[in-house]
Design a binder for this molecule. Sequence first.
Ligand SMILES: Cc1ncc(C[n+]2csc(CCOP(=O)(O)OP(=O)(O)O)c2C)c(N)n1
Ligand SMILES: [Mg+2]
Length: 551
Amino acid sequence: MNGAQALLKTLADAGIEVCFTNPGTSEMHFVAALDSEPRMRAVLALFEGVATGAADGYARMADKPAATLLHLGCGLGNGLANLHNARKGKVPVVNIVGDHATYHTQYDAQLQSDIETVARNVSPGFVRTAQSTAALCQDAADAIAAARGLPGQVATLVLPADVSWGEGGQPCPPPAPPAPTAASDEAVQAIAQAIRSGEKTIVLLGGHALREGALRSAARIAAHSGVQLLAEVFPTRMERGAGLPAVERVAYLAELAGVQLAGARHLVLVDAKSPVSFFAYPGKASDLVPAGCTVHTLCSPAQDAAASLDKLAAALGASATQPPLAPAQRPGRPRGPLTAPKVCKAVGHLLPENAILIDEAITSGLMLGVMTAGCPRHDLITLTGGAIGQGLPNAVGAAIACPDRPVIALIGDGTAMYTLQALWSMARENLHVVSVIFNNASYSVLNVELERVGAEQAGPKAKSQLDLKGPVLNFAQLAQGMGVHAVRASTAEDFCQALEYALAHPGPHLIEALVPESLAGPKRKVLPWLLRALPSLPPQVARALKRKIAP
Ligand SMILES: Cc1ncc(C[n+]2csc(CCOP(=O)(O)OP(=O)(O)O)c2C)c(N)n1
Ligand SMILES: [Mg+2]
């Protein structure tokens, strides 16, 4: 066996069955070896950001990593934003980056660059350049162990061409899966005591605590002890819908998050990070924990969230409590001229059982949460690292991980353009993905931010950096050019019909929703003013306003 063949066998033996590739000359032996390993599916992406985002989406849904195959430092650089999103979401990825032959690097050839330096940013816990064919598979096993250890991470294995083509590859047995522990007795007791004090307590659920088992335990605790549950702002994967506990997410806008967290005396972190503002704003706090609130950690991302919550429930005597569950209910069928909230309503009206919902709709998705809360149970995937261009690639990976589940990806028009090539992979692999693109011809959220930061002097040059009006994009045509069935909709009736058709016909579809900006005109003008006023309003009024702005 050569190195590449042994590497592929090692990956497949460890259950890694999909490789998202964008290869070059230095990866040709890996590419050639693909046919030697029938258990490995190879999926070509036409941009590295699609390959890395697909690996991310795959792992979120398969609960195990995929591999990537990228071309040297430049290919890795192209894939970096979505590896960043995976890192923030603690998603396992075995990130394989081809390199020049070891003896070739000294010549500083055209594609020579410092791959490890590029990689370290997104895979700080594991970057290794394989040095020999004989040792390659041990390196791979170590990378696999690092990637799927808890917390999950991006592990980068740099694969020099001569290590790949060299003879004498020795496959390695798969590393043992991680065995996470539950919260310590001390942590459980201290938190149980804080909860029993009766002081206002918020339990913040993140990571694996947003999966069914953990959600049910957390809901039992909430129903029994009166604590409030919140979910982190951008979940990696959240199970929700009818029959599951409904958990409100921390708001994206710091001022609104401030309303949600106001008055808390204890904040209990369950596989979650203490909340901070997404961006800094002049004169505003970055840390969202209210003054006088003690932060407790029930369990870290390296521990077992469900088992930790079970332990806390037992300590509180809540193990047998029946928590309230989201009732089955759907919004009605929307009618009339299409708007972003009506698209969300249509999705709520039609969402099929067991769907995977990907939300990268930015301002157009504000109503998605309420409109789908009582839909049949589904998984929600969100933009964990804030680097846009995640959603369409995630859809590719999610659909490959779960071929029997429909995937619906809701994406802003600006966002869609970062990694639009994902459509081609959907067509080539014939994936059942419905991509909904909100064409509002704007980087709308940035117009909101422009008002929020108080940059009133913004002139036409500034504003033209945030609008997409000339030329207006035609996503239906772009999709058709990549082999994806696509339609445009400008009424709610047309949109519903298109969604029904897409859901009933397996394979990729794109629906371009022609919508006005959700936050425009007077709404955009008053928003910063309202946000500023929130802290001085009575809590009930502030909460009502919060629900109105971002339900
Ligand atoms: C990689 C990356 N580049 C740039 C940005 C900054 N950014 C945040 S939102 C956004 C525009 C989003 O526009 P669109 O998808 O059309 O959504 P809308 O705001 O119109 O709802 C940009 C450019 C980012 N978050 N990530
Ligand atoms: Mg837009």
